[in-house]
Design a protein around this ligand. Structure first.
Ligand code: NAD
Ligand code: MN
Length: 356
């Protein structure tokens, strides 16, 4: 039987609470289904930085990168800033260090969850590019100034080709599970040179994958459709900052960040974390919705299962997903979904619904 070595980084705020919740579900899966996970815990957080000045280093990331996957809670506190006035975020540094170019953010309206829009069949995968785009200049040499500051959007052919390959293969995979199997590019090629290149490479990759339907919208109009007619989307792919924003609009359609998981992947590494942050406004109260984190843990098992051709791992991921779905339908609901359940009650409901 395959054993997996998992690096766990709980981080700040509700990151630690939702990690505990996910580990409780994984522990039950180990005894129930026989998967084997070994954990190493790593304390990197904005809180630790504030107290000790310690932050994640390249050497730490090299060590962690030897393991099979990273399970990440959330990191960052709005008032803890490094040099240059930016927040600390090991998740951002890991994206650069491991070359994690694609953040897969599935968004699905589950029975039992009320959407703020009329559409009932919201089921899409937003793929946010995470290694370049509007975040390309993060490590540029920078002269601090009170008068002007700029960031840089860079798009490269090599990253676009890898990203769009992932988008089309994800669409094909989703089609097997009953979605239309279609890819939409959101871009701004009418006004940004970098996006002219992005659109060109998209057209090339789409032509090579013409068994899968594809389309394009300017990101502004496409964002409106996301709200007025989300059913037109299956796989949505876009650059870094557009994807950051659009994926959270999409999450809002299906109940919000509390149910929005993500997988940041390259062809070799994976960091699995909820789409949300450390939520200082609700931290320490035991009321964070752990669903997004638990679904992210399921995405980790799905990814490991596919890479290692480990059916037990794949099946365990599906069992967690179906338990989450059943728990959402039956309740009790977490507070962000309009209910009164705390973190532990949501975990209990998911555990209760795990298939035998
Ligand atoms: P946030 O995602 O932490 O919170 C946004 C809102 O959603 C808040 O009202 C919060 O209470 C709510 N929310 C988020 N997750 C929830 C959950 N699981 N259950 C119930 N409600 C939930 O975003 P923010 O407030 O803009 O940022 C807070 C901190 O997190 C900042 O320091 C930010 O930089 C950091 N952050 C980290 C990550 C990451 O680790 N990947 C991502 C985004 C933000
Ligand atoms: Mn975000």
């Amino acid at each position: 039987m395959t054993q997996y070595e998992i690096a766990v980084i709980p981080g700040d705020g509700i990151g630690t609470e939702v990690i505990d919740a996910a580990l409780a579900v994984l522990k039950e899966c180990e005894s129930r289904y026989g998967i084997q996970l070994n954990y190493t815990f790593h304390d990197f957080s904005a809180d630790l930085y504030r107290r000790t000045g310690k932050r994640i280093t390249a050497a730490d990331m090299d060590e962690i990168g030897k393991l099979d996957a990273v399970l990440f809670g959330a990191m960052g506190l709005p008032d803890v800033r490094g040099t240059e006035g930016l927040e600390l975020g090991a998740q951002v540094e890991m994206r650069a260090h491991y070359g994690l170019f694609a953040s897969l953010r599935p968004v699905q309206l589950f029975p039992g969850v009320e959407s703020p829009v009329k559409a009932k069949d919201v089921d899409m995968l937003v793929i946010r590019e995470t290694s370049e785009g509007m975040f390309a200049g993060l490590s540029d040499v920078h002269e601090p100034s009170d008068e002007a500051a700029s960031d840089r959007m860079t798009i490269t052919r090599a990253t676009c080709e890898k990203l769009f390959d992932v988008a089309f293969s994800q669409a094909r995979e989703r089609r097997r599970r009953g979605t239309p199997g279609h890819v939409t590019l959101l871009h701004k090629s009418n006004a940004l040179r970098s996006n002219v290149l992005m659109e060109k490479v998209f057209d090339e990759v789409a032509a090579k994958n013409n068994d899968v339907g594809s389309g394009k919208y300017y990101v502004d109009a496409g964002s409106m459709y996301m709200v007025t007619d989300p059913e037109r989307y299956d796989v949505v792919v876009t650059e870094n900052i557009f994807g950051d924003i659009v994926s959270e609009i999409a999450a809002g359609l299906v109940g919000g960040l509390g149910v929005a998981p993500s997988a940041d992947v390259s062809l070799t590494h994976g960091v699995f974390q909820p789409s949300h942050g450390s939520a200082p406004d609700i931290a320490g109260k035991g009321i964070a919705n752990p669903t997004a984190m638990i679904l992210s843990a399921a995405m980790m098992l799905e990814w490991l299962g596919e890479r290692r051709e480990d059916e037990l791992c794949t099946k365990t991921a599906q069992n967690i997903q179906s338990a989450v779905k059943a728990a959402l339908a039956a309740g009790p609901q977490a507070r962000d979904l309009g209910g009164t359940a705390g973190t532990q009650e949501v975990v209990d409901a998911i555990l209760k619904n795990l298939p035998a």
